[in-house]
Design a protein around this ligand. Structure first.
Ligand code: ATP
Ligand code: MG
Length: 242
């Protein structure tokens, strides 16, 4: 059986040479595999390199060492655009493209040569509680939480196989946060979409994931089932402080 997603010995060195660091890399020799569609929570203290890891997996930052593969094909062998359509990053700080909400929803589809599915866009906007928004509204005038959800819808319209989600509910109220969690869980169940979801919200991690990756000291210190991680039965769990 072909492996869905494989991360093999990847390393990202610290940038700059004049920083006095006790290790040469931000993260080093990280190895992990998704054999099938999975829901992963990526946890770790601030500054551990979680965002950088996700950006590297989306080919938005170069790798210093190692290999990543999707369905048995390495990133080096695949067209970057094609890779990013399958393995899509939703940023920690959502960036709106110029123009209206509609421009934002359409442009990303066009950039990836996908026809714009208006029906699906409406459905997704409704699912995450944004059905009341006029699509003619300027994207720059939206609230932080609205921008965050539109950035997610923009990416979901591409129907990626693996979503790299970077604190995508950090600006949301409880109700909107739950809508996003329900939508992503539904996509996993119905379409087999995987996600690697960075969060500092442990309740959220418990709810949305079946597996936890915990980053510490530049390593993937824990790769465990969510249940075991939170039941403190993992040998490393006493060191886990978020
Ligand atoms: N090559 C590099 N690429 C990216 N960040 C680097 C690099 N070298 C050093 N850094 C530093 O490492 C840290 C990594 O930050 P990153 O945003 O990935 O962490 P994070 O785990 O996502 O933190 P947070 O939970 O606060 O979002 C930053 O302080 C950054 O300046
Ligand atoms: Mg981050």
């Amino acid at each position: 059986m072909t492996t869905l997603f494989e991360i093999k010995n990847i390393t990202k060195n610290y940038w700059g040479t004049n920083e006095e660091k006790y290790r040469p890399y931000l993260f080093g020799n990280i190895t992990a595999v998704l054999q099938k569609a999975e829901r992963i929570a990526l946890l770790g203290k601030s500054g551990q390199g979680k965002s950088t890891l996700l950006r590297t997996l989306a080919l938005l930052e170069p790798l210093d060492n190692g290999v990543i593969s999707f369905n048995g094909v390495s990133a080096k062998e695949m067209d970057t655009q094609h890779w990013r359509m399958n393995i899509a990053y939703v940023a920690q700080q959502s960036i709106m493209l110029p123009g209206t909400i509609e421009d934002n929803l359409q442009t990303v589809s066009k950039l990836h040569n996908r026809s714009f599915d208006e029906g699906l866009a409406k459905e997704l906007m409704k699912d995450i509680g944004l059905e009341h928004l006029e699509w003619s509204k300027k994207a720059k005038d939206l609230s932080g939480g609205e921008k965050q959800r539109i950035a997610l819808v923009r990416t979901l319209l591409l129907d990626p196989s693996i979503l790299l989600l970077d604190e995508i509910t950090s600006s949301l109220d409880q109700e909107s946060k739950e809508l996003v969690e329900q939508l992503l869980t539904k996509l996993h169940m119905e379409k087999g979409t995987s996600f690697i979801w960075v969060t500092h919200d442990l309740e959220q991690a418990k709810k949305i994931s079946e597996r936890v990756w915990y980053m510490e000291e530049g390593k993937l210190a824990i790769d465990s089932s969510t249940e075991i991680f939170f039941e403190n039965r993992h040998p490393f769990s006493e060191q886990v402080m978020l």
